[in-house]
Design a protein around this ligand. Structure first.
Ligand code: ZN
Length: 182
């Protein structure tokens, strides 16, 4: 196990796996721009993305060992509820095993075949981009409260449909029109 600090923006996945190394850290949400744009960063000021990786080399009979990385990440974010338009907490908790292969087309084939993610092994990997990609994929497509807070936030002058007399605006207009003649 390695405790040597690494630059997560230039991560040597092969070395991490060879050493069965573990690394971890955190980034401010604002450093993950695409993710920050997809959520309501103002609702979770100071939000951080925590990440941990662990390399693993899996011996194979008769061939080179497989390179694997266990990735976990956590973030407490907020999105706009599609029902009441209020902020809804979106806790994210990633837990992925990713296999790395030297060949890009092999990675695509295996990624389609296997349940685990398969990526092409690069000399240096930007772990932050990978974590951001995974978190973006983990965001709910239609964020919603399980039960929206009541009362639902509504503009003060917005009366429930059916109770407001539809002729009201015209009646008010008619009153205004009458005044000069009165
Ligand atoms: Zn809601």
């Amino acid at each position: 196990m390695s405790v040597k600090p690494v630059d997560p923006l230039r991560l040597d996945v092969a070395a991490l796996a060879a050493e069965h190394g573990e690394q971890g850290g955190h980034w401010p949400l604002v450093d993950l721009e695409r993710l920050a744009e997809s959520v309501l960063p103002g609702e979770t000021p100071g939000a951080q993305v925590h990440w941990q990786v662990e390399g693993d080399l899996r011996p194979q009979a008769g061939s080179a060992p497989e390179i694997w990385m266990h990735l976990t990440a956590q973030a407490g974010l907020a999105m706009r509820c599609q029902r009441c338009l209020g902020a809804v907490p979106v806790p994210l908790d990633l837990d992925r095993w990713i296999r790395f292969v030297p060949d890009g087309s092999q990675a695509e084939t295996l990624d389609a075949e296997l349940e685990d993610d398969v990526l092409e092994l690069q000399r240096w990997m930007n772990l932050r981009e990978l974590v951001e990609d995974e978190l973006l994929l983990a965001l709910p497509l239609v964020p919603r409260h399980d039960a929206c807070p009541t009362p639902l936030p509504m503009p003060a002058d917005d009366e429930p449909a059916g109770e407001a007399p539809p002729a009201h605006p015209f009646a008010a207009l008619a009153q205004l029109r009458k005044k000069p003649d009165a």
